[in-house]
Write a protein that binds this ligand. Structure first.
Ligand code: ZN
Length: 374
């Protein structure tokens, strides 16, 4: 077993550590995706609906999605700055869904992203990308980067049967040779490496550097800034049951406290309700900055009355999607960001459906190296 359930706990532990470090304006979070499927069957797959919501959230909350190369250039001093609230999107492994499910959504939002492929799986089975498809993504502007030759564990301790010379030859195949193979198919230099399983140590990092990689991506969570070693960039793993609330925290925004919310969070809309109403009385917030929107296709008008502390998000046509997510944005007086999330359903059966789905998603074990699926 490669990814024990502990990984999820590790994320949560890392999240709480991160809160204290999130005040630096130029911290950049890298999101690590693997798969997006209409109905996820694997722990590393995010549902298509959740993925669309996550991208809408990034756009609505004003995050600036930048290419990983901008972050690496910034750390190296080749770039003066990054835009505020910069986020990087990475996709590991090279599954077909990167082309069918993810690329169209990312294109719609104009978000740059990078794909990390390993030659051993390319063209293998109906779920893997082929080289012509990878080349087509490259032509469409996607940055194609490296994920070793065979998705191997790279640390010597994972290969106790190899002597030093054999281990070095192994690293050269996994790191140097795979880089050349990918470059020969895309016609572009491979500059970055995603370490399979996030496995790395000083020897692996030195070998990656020797092979010519400018940056290496881990699976451990944390912010990246000018003091981060580019060969040890940290990422936030987006998995099947990652919630918007977890994404909010990972991206460093505070939780905007809402009181007396109607319809209640996780509640069901009644026939006569045409507005979401909540009280916001956090004195640290700039009242003029408070606004709300739905994540989906329902248009609604937002207003905030600083005297009554009342937020109103009102709509004329009944919300279209069965699950409605309202995002409430505010700036703190000290320049931070505070974000509230309220979710409600248009029927009891819709709420039951989503609850059952979330439950099923949280039970899928985490593993992402199978090359065959039912
Ligand atoms: Zn991988």
């Amino acid at each position: 077993m490669h990814f024990p359930a502990l990984v999820r706990l590790a994320h949560i532990a890392a999240l709480s550590l991160f809160l204290t470090a999130s005040a630096f304006a130029q911290d950049t979070i890298i999101l690590a995706y693997h798969e997006v499927d209409p109905v996820p069957e694997r722990g590393w797959a995010v549902s298509s609906e959740d993925f669309a919501d996550q991208m809408r959230y990034l756009a609505l909350a004003g995050y600036n999605v930048v290419p990983v190369s901008d972050l690496v250039d910034y750390i190296a001093g080749r770039r003066e700055s990054l835009p505020p609230n910069a986020v990087v999107i990475t996709v590991d492994d090279g599954w077909l869904c990167a082309l069918t499910e993810m690329a169209p959504v990312l294109k719609r939002f104009g978000f740059p992203w990078s794909l990390y492929v390993y030659p051993k799986v390319v063209g293998q089975g109906s779920h893997a990308l082929t080289w012509p498809k990878i080349a087509a993504l490259r032509k469409a502007g996607v940055d194609i980067e490296g994920h070793t030759m065979s998705h191997a564990h790279l640390m010597h301790k994972s290969h106790p049967d190899l002597d030093d010379a054999q281990y070095d030859a192994f690293l050269r195949t996994e790191l140097d040779e795979s880089k050349r193979v990918i470059e020969s198919h895309t016609g572009q230099p491979v500059r970055f490496l995603a370490y399979p399983y996030g496995d790395y140590d000083d020897t692996v990092v030195a070998a990656a550097k020797r092979a010519g990689y400018e940056a290496g991506l881990l699976s451990w969570f944390g912010p990246n800034n000018r003091s981060t070693d580019p060969l040890r960039l940290r990422r936030f793993a987006m998995v099947s049951d990652t919630t918007l609330e977890q994404l909010r925290t990972a991206l460093g925004a505070a939780t905007l406290e809402l009181r007396d919310v109607t319809p209640a969070n996780d509640g069901v809309l009644t026939a006569d309700q045409t507005a979401l109403i909540a009280t916001i009385d956090d004195t640290q917030l700039d009242p003029a900055s408070i606004r709300a929107s739905f994540l989906g296709n329902t248009t609604a008008d937002s207003s905030y009355d600083a005297e009554s502390h009342r937020l109103t998000l009102s709509w004329k046509e009944r919300p279209r999607e069965e699950r409605q997510t309202a995002v409430i944005l505010a700036q703190t007086k000290s320049g931070g960001r505070s974000i509230g999330i309220v979710r409600f359903y248009t029927s009891i059966s819709a709420r039951q459906k989503y609850a059952a789905r979330q439950d099923a998603l949280s039970k899928i074990p985490l593993h992402h190296t199978d090359t065959t699926r039912q």
